[in-house]
Structures are given as C-alpha cells and as structure tokens.
Design a protein around this ligand. Structure first.
Ligand SMILES: Nc1ncnc2c1ncn2[C@@H]1O[C@H](COP(=O)(O)OP(=O)(O)O)[C@@H](O)[C@H]1O
Ligand SMILES: [Mg+2]
Length: 370
C-alpha cells in the first residue's frame, strides 16, 4: 500500500461533528505502512468524544477497502492549542461559507484541493532561514529542534530541507516515509507535529551535486506551489551553508524571511558566519539572532562546563551583526532509542531534557521576536 492510497481512503471518512474529512482536518497522523498493515493515529477533538467507535469502524473499513489487511489505529486527543487553532479555522471557514452563500458562490472547502500559496502577499506565515558560514556547525540540528520546539508550543510548523549538499533532516527526525503525491499535489511527511519536505525526497541518492545547484531554485518554487502545506505559522528552512549563488537565490526568493545564524564558539567559525550574516543584511533579510551550538561540554557528574571549542564566538558574531545571542547549546547527542522504535529520531532532543528546554527557550524568543 502507498501513502497515496491511504490518504485517498481517509478522505472518504468524515469527522462526524466537524463535517469534513480526516485529511483535510489533519486529524489522521503518524501514518505508517508495513506491507499490508497500516498504522495510524486519529486525533480526537476531546477526550470524551462520542465518535471514537464510529471513527474506528469507518477508518478501518475505508482502509481495508483500499487494500489494507490489518489496521492498527489508536486515538489521541488534540492539545488545547490545537483545538483552538482548529476551532478558529472552522469558524473562519464557516464565515466564508456564509459569505459565499450570500454571494451565491462556492465555499473554499467545497473546492477540490485548494492550493494555498505560502508565498502570497497576504500569507501570515513567518519564514525563518537557518544559515551558517560553513557546514558541520549544527545548522540542521538547530532547524529540526527549533521546528519541533515551536510545534510543542502549539504552532503549525513546516520544515524545508534545502541544503543540497547534504539533506539530512529526514534522517535526523527518523523519517522513513516519503511524501504522498495525490493528483500532482505533494503532501509533506508529518513527524513530531512538524510537516517536512526535503530535497532528499526527490533527488536521487547519488546525483552529482553539480546539477543539484541549478535545480534548487526550481524545486524550492515547487515546494511552495505544489505542496499542500495547509496553514502554517512558521516555515523553517535549512539552507546550504555559505554565501554561494544558491544561498543567494533563496534569499531573493524569500524577501520576507528572517535569518537565524548558527555558529560554534570558535572565533574563526564566527568570522565565517559573519559573512553569511552580512549577506542577509545585504538582501535585506532581518536577522533574528545567533545560536551558538556546541558551546560547551557539561560534565555529567560535577556539572563543570568545559569550553572545548573555545569561547565567545556567538557573542562576537551577534555584536558584529548588531543582534543578540539567543541561546548556547551544549555538546551532547539526544538519547532517543533505537532504529525501528516509533519515536526514534537521532537528532531530536526530548522536551524534558536540558537541551530540549534550551530549544524551548529559543522557540519562545523567536515567537516574541517575529
Ligand atoms: N550540540 C551538539 N552536540 C553534539 N553533536 C552535535 C550537536 N549539534 C550537532 N551535532 C552533530 O554534529 C554533526 C553536524 O551537525 P549538523 O546539524 O548536521 O550540521 P550542519 O547542518 O551545519 O552541517 C551531526 O552529526 C550532529 O548530530
Ligand atoms: Mg546540514
């Protein structure tokens, strides 16, 4: 079975109260396919929803008709924030409907696959480009964890993995699926509440980097136009490192984007990052701030901080760009189980870990600043 077939089947299932299908309402999540066994989570509006049984029967029936032998369904309840967001969306759509009725037209919900354009002038989506002067400083790690932290705060978040030299976001988040494509519309893969699109989903594993460059601009445009993102509060972009043509292209395509710069504490790294920052200023991107990654190593038994990669790089960079050092992330990889576990993700820090909390602080600062 393919995700595509599954999504189509789920589109035939209505949420009884909200009167719309599970896909459109984004209530079917964590879809996983193991041969002809399908696993998924259906989100309920409230703990005491009277529709559990009905939904279970209908989803199971639809998926079996689509070819699944076994359906493994569990329920989760939307967080308060998500409830509010959905309620707000339904309220808006209802208003539209009333308005359309008066005007005798069709409502947005009746139209087939509306294609929201994140790039349109009146979109409220905030773009954040994560940039660094060079590779290996933790740009992708910061992208992924900032996105997850914003989602944990109840925001609707998308990630675009546009680092053509090494798309790593799917692996870092433990994503094994590929996006579904229905009638030319691409559906991002959702993981930890974040919608993800990666160049890596579409480029052949060993394709030479040399022709990836020219393709990037075109693909990015497609990511905005042909991907059904739904409504998003934030889109975080993992950009190629440095200040090459490719990065410049992206900068020009997203004039509204804010820039988050990642550096290590080493003085040279900060110097290199400053060039990327200077370009952001040049292209009139607003700089959100600086993240210093691998800032120190904290001894687990004595709590002492060891500044193994030097000190001051983040501060220096922030000074140079007239912005602030938002957070210092220590060295240390997350502990997230083993490949195959449902929550396995090599690079996402748990919300309760000390680094997870630093990312939560970062997310809150970002929310304040935009
Ligand atoms: N704070 C950190 N502590 C330990 N390892 C880290 C940290 N941040 C990143 N890493 C690791 O360093 C490597 C490079 O990070 P990555 O996010 O891929 O950098 P970039 O995207 O800038 O190339 C990865 O293996 C990543 O897991
Ligand atoms: Mg990277």
């Amino acid at each position: 079975m393919t995700v595509e077939q599954i999504l189509e089947a789920l589109r035939s299932v209505q949420e009884p109260e909200l009167k719309n299908n599970l896909v459109k309402l984004n209530l079917a999540r964590n879809i996983r396919i193991f041969g002809d066994r399908v696993q998924l989570t259906v989100m309920l509006f409230s703990e005491d929803s009277p529709h559990r049984e009905k939904l279970k029967q209908e989803v199971t029936k639809a998926l079996k008709q689509a070819g699944a032998q076994e359906v493994d369904l569990d329920f989760e309840v939307l967080s308060k924030k998500e409830q509010e967001i959905l309620a707000e969306r339904i309220r808006k759509e209802h208003q539209e409907k009333v308005r359309a009725k008066r005007a005798g037209g069709r409502t947005p919900l009746q139209q087939e696959d509306p294609k929201p354009s994140l790039l349109s002038e009146d979109s409220d989506t905030v773009f954040i480009s994560v940039a660094s002067g060079k590779g290996g400083v933790g740009k992708s790690t910061v992208t992924v964890n900032l996105a997850v932290a914003l989602a944990r705060e109840g925001k609707r978040v998308g990630v675009i993995d546009a680092d053509i030299y090494g798309f790593s976001v799917p692996d870092m988040m433990g994503i094994t699926e590929r996006p579904a494509v229905v009638n030319k519309t691409i559906y991002p893969v959702e993981r930890f509440g974040v919608k993800v699109i990666s160049m890596g989903f579409f480029v052949e594993e060993n394709a030479p980097v040399i022709w990836r460059g020219p393709m990037l601009g075109k693909m990015l445009r497609n990511f905005f136009q042909e991907v059904e993102w739904g409504e998003l509060d934030y889109v975080i972009l993992d950009l190629p490192p440095g200040t090459g043509d490719v990065a410049l292209d992206v900068h020009q395509m997203l004039p509204r984007s804010r820039e988050l710069l990642v550096t290590t504490p080493h003085a040279t790294a900060a110097f290199v990052a400053a060039r990327a920052g200077a370009m952001a200023l040049h292209t009139k991107h607003r700089i959100l701030g600086v993240v210093e990654n691998m800032a120190y190593y904290q001894c687990a038994s004595c709590g002492n901080k060891d500044y193994v990669f030097g000190r001051g790089g983040g501060e220096k960079l922030a000074d140079e760009l007239n912005t602030d050092l938002l957070v210092q992330i220590p060295l240390g990889a997350p502990e997230n189980g083993n490949p195959g576990d449902p929550d396995f993700s090599p690079s996402v820090y748990g919300s309760e870990t000390s680094t997870g909390q630093l990312y939560r602080d970062l997310a809150r600062k970002v929310m304040e600043r935009v």
